[in-house]
Design a protein around this ligand. Structure first.
Ligand code: PGA
Length: 277
């Protein structure tokens, strides 16, 4: 069924919907979920919106085999990586290992890693570099906690996290060869108080921070770079609130947690992104 396309000012930035599965899905369940998502979407949906799944490490090989074997128009990546490339780091997974599985993306600095695994800005910056060394696109997460939001410090907090993570990078490293085409990085604004809580930021709240992050990129790396870097919102995104969030001119997609585990719900979010794309 043909749907009406709505044009938005985000010309040139392909909408990106990324499903962060967190610690859910065995490799067998991952195959089923990936298939169901892809088969729920049309070629046109997958052409307009970039759809990516981020399974746990143990499912990446299975997802790779499925995606390459069946030539599925969906991307995949990991939820974390080591800042090191190799060595005595028990339990860690390197960027090179992810690149060998043809991962395109890797989440860096998710608030759960920051809070539960003590990842500070220096660790996050080192992981961004590790990802770029291996041609993986980092999905760099920034976001404030409830206290900071109550004190109206959210914009400063998020821009400070952004600055720290991108310290020393060149504009070319930040933008890659163009939105969605290759390299560069993706930013995700994820207010901690909205993650997994059902408490979604209002479209205006999300737009305010995403616009501030884009301005900060423009100040540091120039307007051409700021114009092509995709900035996502994450935090209790569901099909019911996707259109409102994506209406923000600086919001280029969503990082979806809980709702990405339900193929129908996730496909619906992707469809909405394709419609506004
Ligand atoms: P949520 O998670 O959609 O379940 O709030 C988002 C995230 O943590 O990336």
């Amino acid at each position: 069924m043909a749907r009406t396309r709505v044009t938005t000012p985000r010309t040139g930035r392909r909408p990106l919907i990324a499903g962060n599965w967190k610690m859910h899905m065995t490799h067998l369940e991952a195959i089923g979920l990936t298939q169901k998502v892809v088969f729920s979407l049309t070629e046109q949906d997958l052409d307009v919106a970039e759809v990516v799944v981020l399974p746990p490490f143990t499912a990446l090989r299975s997802v790779q085999t499925l995606v390459t074997g069946d030539k599925l128009a969906i991307g995949y990546g990991a939820q974390d990586l080591s800042m090191h490339d190799a060595g005595a780091y028990t339990g860690e997974i390197s960027g090179g290992m992810l690149a060998a599985l043809a991962c395109a993306y890797v989440v860096v600095g998710h608030s759960e890693r920051r809070a539960l695994h003590g990842e500070d800005d220096d660790v996050v910056a080192a992981k961004v570099r590790a990802a770029l060394r291996h041609d993986l696109v980092p999905i760099l997460c920034v976001g404030e906690g409830l206290e900071v939001r109550r004190d109206q410090g959210h914009v400063v907090h998020c821009c400070t996290q952004l600055d720290a993570a991108l310290e020393g990078l060149s504009a070319e490293q930040v933008r890659g060869t163009g939105a969605g085409a290759g390299g560069g990085l993706v930013i995700a604004y994820e207010p901690v108080w909205a993650i997994g809580t059902g408490e979604v930021a209002t479209p205006d709240d999300a737009q305010e921070v995403c616009a501030a992050l884009r301005s900060r990129l423009a100040e540091r790396f120039g307007p051409e770079t700021a114009e092509v870097v995709r900035i996502l919102y994450g935090g209790s995104v569901k099909a019911a609130n996707t259109a409102g969030i994506l209406a923000g001119p600086d919001i280029d997609g969503a990082l979806v947690g809980g709702a990405s585990l339900d193929a129908d719900e996730f496909a619906q979010i992707c469809r909405i992104a394709a419609d506004v794309g």
